[in-house]
Every structure is written in C-alpha cells, then in structure tokens.
Ligand binder design. Structure first.
Ligand code: ADP
Ligand code: MG
Length: 710
C-alpha cells in the first residue's frame, strides 16, 4: 500500500533513472513529491463545441479526427502533421510540426480532448489549432478524468529532463491511490477552528484545484487566501512551533544544575561595580535573567541588542550571580580580540570583589594552558572567558552552571551545544548584535525566551551615514580632515585579494593605495590571513592611537570597541547585507567624537542595491534595518550559512504571514497545555503525534539538528 513514506523510485512510471533525477531534486518519498507544488495553473477546460473556438486563446475541446496525414514541405526540415477535427458543430484544422508519433497516437475516427492555441492561418483562411496536446477519450466508457486536459491543470517546474506532464501524471496517480487517507498533521480542533479541509483534500487542492471562484482566474489558486494554501501556511508554522514547543517542554522538565542564591542586595552591589548607570532596558533585561535563574529549570534566553546597547553588562550580571552562587561560568566569544576585550572589561568590573576571570584562547599555550585547564577542572577558576578554545575536549569543569555566548550567530549549533554539554543542564544566555526581526526571532529561535535591549546608553550620537563615490576628492576632501585631527578611520573591504571575477575592492590593494596616499600617518592592514600575534599588535596600536587608519576585511565586524574611531568607510557595500552594515556602523561614534559612516558602492552596483543602501542613510534603528533586510533578501540569506539547517518554508512567508505565525504560537500553546492533553484520548494522541513527528522529520530534514531535538 502506498504511504507518504513510500520511496518515489518504487512508483510505477518512475524507474531507476527518473528515480535518481527526482532524488537529485530532493524528492525521495511520496511525501516529498506531494509537497512539490506547481508554480502555476492552466485552465484547460473545454469550450462547449468546435464552433465556439476563439482566435488568440488557448482552448480545449472534444472532437473526432475526420482525417489525418503527413505533409513534407521542402522548405521545412521537419514534416507537418495535419488533421481535421470535427464535432457536430463544425471542424477545425490541427497542425503539429515534426511530431511524427502523432500519426501512431491518432487515426481517423479517434475521439479525443484537444488543447492548444487557436490561431488564424492566412494559408487556410480559417482558424487552426497549433500543436495541441490531447488525450484520447473512449466515448462509450465513462472513464477516469484526464490529468492533462479538460480541467484546470497544474504546471510544474521542469528540471533534469523531468517534464511538467511527467510530474502531473505522477502526482495524479499518487493522489488517486492516497485518496481517502485519514492522515492529518493538524489536530481536529484546529481544523474546525479555521474551517480547514483535511490534509489529503489540501494536497489535492494544491495540485488539482477545482472550479475557479466566480470572477476569479487560475491565478487565484496561487493566492495565500486560497483555502488549501491557507491551510498549508498554517501547517508549516504549526509544525515548526510544535517542535519548538517540544524543545521548551523538554528543557522545562530537565531540572537545573543547582540553586542560585540571589538576594535583594545583589543588584546594588553589582551596580556599584560598574562605571556607569544602567539604562532602563538593561535593568529590565537583568530582571528577566534573574527571573529565569530563580526558576526550577535552566535558563535558555536569547538577548538581542543593537551594537553598543550594553550587552556585556547583562552577561556580567549573570556571571556575577553564578559565581556568587558557587557555580563556575564561561563566556565564549567568536574571536580572540573580543575574548580579550571581555576579559579586560570583566576584570575591571570584578576585581574590587577579588575575582579575576581567566582567559583561554588558542594563543594561550604551554604551561599557562595546562594550569588553566587544571584549575578549571579543580574548580579553582570560577569564571573563564575564551574563544572556541573553550570547547576543546580536554577542558572539563567541576560544576559549570552558566554559559554565556556572545555573538552567538557566529557559532554553529554544535559548538554552542558542546560548551553547554560541559555542565549538567547549565543556564545559557546567548547574545547577538544582529538585530533579528521579531518575526524571524519568533520562528527561528522560538524555543528560546527573548530579551531585547532596545535603548542605547545615554550620550550616544547617531552615526551620520552617506553614500559617496570613491574618488580622490573623497579621500582628500572628506577623509583627510579626520586624520589631521587624529581621529581614527576604518576602511572595510569585502575581499582580501584582488579578484578578476568580482568588481569589489580588495583590502590589500586598498591598503597599498591608502598607505602611500596618506604617507604621513600610519595605515595598517588587517585581514583573516594576518597571523594572530600580528593582529593583536595591530589592534593594540590602533586602540592606543598609533595607527590612524585600519584597512580590513570584516574581521573587525564583531564587537571591537575603539572609542576614538570616528569614521568608517565601506567599499562595495552592496556586497554586504544591511544588517551586517548596520553592525559595522556600530563600530564608530562610540566615544566622545561623532561618528561618520561612508558607503562607496562599486561601479557595478545596481540601482536596486543603492536604493537598499539608502535605508541605512535614513534609519539608525537596527530592528527596522533588519526588517528591511529580511524583506529584500529573504530569511535564508538573512540568517546566513551558519543557520543553514533552518527549514525553508514552501508557502509560508514570515513577513507576509506574520499574523498567522502569531496565532499559531497561541494555538500550539493552548493545544498542548496540560489539561487539554489529559482530556484527549491518550491512545489516539500518542498514535497521531508519533506519526506527526515522523512527518515533520521527513518534511524538514536537518531541522532536528538545528533546533536541537534528538
Ligand atoms: P554591546 O556588546 O551590546 O555592543 P557593550 O557592552 O560593549 O555593547 O557596550 C558598549 C559600550 O557602552 C561600552 O564601552 C560600555 O562600557 C558602554 N556602556 C554600556 N552600558 C552603559 C550604560 N548604561 N551607560 C553608559 N555606557 C554604557
Ligand atoms: Mg558586545
């Protein structure tokens, strides 16, 4: 019996060769096939009779072949097949070019449904039908309806030699065998609430829609309001939220590593360690973190905060509470520069209470490294800050209670999990400066609680952003005066070395030009290829102000804090995402001097790309920029390759369907709340949801890995 899990290669009509091609397209099971949707529909319903045919349209009709013959015309390389098709009302000529097999398929007296373009022929002085597709009909029998003609038909993308009509027939046959299936990943109550059809009806409606609604056209089957499509959008979100819900529920039943000791004085003690007043947003997020740490299951929180919004203070608060409660804690950052910066900041915060964080990066070697590893193991080191070096096998903790990960999107799921795995259900706080639109955050990080730092520390001036052209005038007129005032300049290029294929300025060539052009000041080059020690030295000298201009690739993107940097120039900004540019922009204007951000689009930048860059000129709000970025690039591009395990929706669109997502979240929570679950027939629930979980697994390969369900 055919089930959604049946491999497509075992379907009649497929065979090994087509099976392999389908598999290359990601279609391995019947389920994959069912979710391979047509990209448009064609109205191939018939007109009542031959006399109703209209010139200039593609039409279908039932007729009998009165005569058929092959004609060789010397001027043409291929023979012509001509047939006269008639019904009681009249007749029309059909013409095919070179398709000799037609002579085998049709003969005088054949009765068939034809569909093709009706054109006026000068030669015949009458209308003819050009290369019609057809399907023979046995007039005596009331046979099955054709998949290809005499109805509204789906049109599929053709690929690897698999034609649209191949897909149409395969889907048609498959749907006939599955008809009546009572499988459904959506619960009954949800279906009723929204008036959704059953799953199989949805699938059929997506492939072989019924009648066109009055006043509509075949286009209306592509609209999100078409009921089967509406259900599919809902279903896609529902399945995802279901997984998120499971993950949250899993965490909540885990129990935590131990109790935090939090007292009312902690807040004032901690605040007195900081050299500034906390913003209201910081206080609010600290309260959210505190609340998590008091729960009886581990914290799993994502902190979103624009560059410079003061996320480090939140990390420090959590670290402080952990150490005070007798736990070890770890802070992991994606680069050595950042890890060191955190170590410096936190040492300054915590040294008055006699606490010195340890630093572990790949440049800590030999006996220093040995000592750190052994003190972490024994528990003598309670707070450790580092890079990926923290996830090495040899580092073991005695009681790791809290893990903080900065710029979390820079790490893979595995890396984050490996660090957390060094403790027993530790609390985790993930931080990111990539302003993720709420819609994305809800769906892609829906298993986590969300905190947002939406207020900048006082006294920050907005960075002035302008699009400029990369002329000598720009460097002399605009940039030189900053250098003369000894204000520092970043120049960011998309590439390390020149590439012929891409018109984008490379850092090395730029540096050669700028260091000779501004020969009186020191201009340094920093790329991913610069050796670590050299990088350190350059950063230290840039920070101290010896180096005035730093030409680099995006290695400086993350978290670097240089208060005296006034200017950032970005070459070929069209090659970056808006959210990334916004992050870069956050590197300047951090101190007393106002910041300037110049974008120098490459010659080949399209008008569209420049229009996109104007969004940065207009807005300084990271969340707004991110929302626009998502709109123009779509979620896959937006999240970047790190998150590539994330499922792609077939039909749902996070921006367009955000309201649906919000109601799905509520529905899922309500549906799975304990009382509801008990009320349900236990037996049935288990059966259904086991099937549904399998269903999701096959629908979204990689999703478990990504969400972290095993
Ligand atoms: P983020 O990591 O969110 O980009 P940081 O934590 O590095 O931001 O903070 C950016 C800068 O702002 C740092 O120099 C920090 O000392 C400063 N800062 C943070 N919070 C405040 C505050 N409430 N008031 C004044 N300055 C602050
Ligand atoms: Mg930071």
């Amino acid at each position: 019996m055919l089930t959604p899990a049946t491999p497509v290669s075992s379907l009649p009509d497929v065979g090994p060769r087509r099976g392999e091609r389908l598999s290359k397209l990601g279609i391995r099971t019947v389920l994959d096939l069912l979710y391979t949707l047509p990209f448009r529909y064609e109205d191939r319903r018939g007109v009542p009779s031959v006399s109703n045919l209209k010139e200039g349209e593609s039409q279908g009709f039932l007729a009998t072949v009165s005569s058929i013959r092959k004609k060789e015309i010397r001027k043409l390389k291929v023979p012509i097949i001509e047939a006269v098709l008639s019904d009681g009302s009249g007749s029309v000529k059909a013409v095919w070019f070179g398709q000799e097999y037609i002579l085998k398929a049709l003969s005088e007296g054949s009765h068939a449904f034809f569909f093709g373009r009706i054109e006026y022929s000068e030669f015949d002085r009458a209308i003819v039908v050009k290369s019609p597709v057809f399907e023979k009909v046995d007039p005596g029998k009331k046979g099955r309806k054709s998949f290809h003609v005499n109805r509204i038909v789906p049109v599929y993308r053709e690929s690897l030699g698999l034609t649209s009509s191949f897909f149409r027939k395969l889907l048609g046959e498959t749907l006939l065998s599955l008809w009546g299936s009572d499988f459904d990943p959506l619960p009954e109550s949800i279906r009723q609430k929204y008036g959704f059809n059953s799953w199989i009806k949805m699938i059929v409606g997506l492939h072989f829609p019924g009648e066109i609604p009055a006043g509509g056209s075949v286009e209306s089957f592509l609209e999100p309001s078409y009921l089967p499509r509406k259900r599919l959008i809902y279903e896609e979100f529902f399945l995802l939220e279901f997984l998120m819900f499971q993950k949250r529920a899993d965490i909540q039943t885990q129990g935590r590593s131990g109790r935090y000791q939090i007292s009312p004085e902690d807040f004032s003690v901690f605040s007195s360690l900081l050299p500034f007043e906390l913003t209201n947003a910081q206080k609010r997020v600290m309260a959210e973190v505190t609340c998590d740490l008091e729960k009886d299951y581990p914290m799993n929180r994502l902190l979103l905060g624009d560059v410079g919004s003061g996320k480090t203070a939140i990390a420090a608060w959590a670290l402080y509470l952990a150490v005070k409660s007798g736990f070890q804690c770890a802070l992991m950052a994606p680069t050595e520069i950042l890890a060191k910066q955190h170590e410096k900041t936190l040492t300054r915060f915590f040294s008055p209470m006699g606490l010195t964080p340890a630093l572990l990066t790949n440049s800590v070697k030999g006996s220093d490294r040995k000592r750190i590893v052994s003190c972490v193991h024994s528990g003598e080191i309670s707070m450790i800050i580092g890079t990926q070096a923290l996830i090495q096998d040899s580092l073991n903790f005695s009681c790791l209670g809290l893990v903080v990960i900065d710029e979390q999107h820079r790490f893979g799921v595995d890396q984050r999990r490996t660090l957390a795995g060094k403790g027993a259900q530790p609390d985790t706080l993930l931080m990111t400066a990539t302003p993720i639109p709420r819609s994305l955050a809800l769906s892609y990080y829906g298993d986590m609680d969300l905190s947002v730092l939406d207020e900048k520390p006082p006294g920050r001036l907005a960075v002035k952003t302008s699009i400029a052209s990369p002329t000598i005038d720009f460097w002399d007129g605009t940039v030189r005066p900053f250098l003369e005032r000894r204000e520092q300049v970043f120049v960011v290029c998309p590439l390390i070395e020149e590439s012929e294929a891409i018109d984008a300025k490379d850092a090395t060539t730029r540096w050669e030009f700028l260091s000779s052009h501004f020969s009186s000041v020191e201009v340094a080059l920093l790329t991913g290829r610069t050796p670590a020690e050299r990088r350190e030295e350059i950063m230290a000298r840039f920070r101290s102000g010896d180096i005035l201009m730093l030409v680099s690739t995006t290695v400086i993107e993350v978290g670097v804090d240089i208060p005296n940097a006034a200017v950032m120039v970005v070459e070929s900004p069209e090659r970056f995402g808006l959210a990334q540019l916004h992050q870069l922009r956050g590197r300047v204007g951090r101190g007393a001097v106002p910041g300037f951000f110049y974008l120098l689009p490459g010659e080949s930048a399209s008008e569209e790309a420049i229009a996109r860059l104007r969004i940065l000129e207009e807005s300084d709000d990271g969340f707004f920029v991110a929302e626009e970025d998502l709109r123009s690039r779509g979620p896959g591009e937006f999240l970047g390759t790190r998150q590539s395990g994330a499922p792609a929706f077939i039909c749902a669109d996070l921006l367009r369907d955000f309201d649906v997502l919000k109601s799905v979240r509520l529905d899922v929570n309500e549906f799975f709340s304990a009382s509801e679950r008990q009320a349900m027939d236990h037996q049935r629930w288990v059966w259904e949801w086991t099937t549904v979980t399998d269903f999701i697994r096959s629908r979204y390969t990689g999703v478990e890995e990504w969400i972290g369900i095993r």
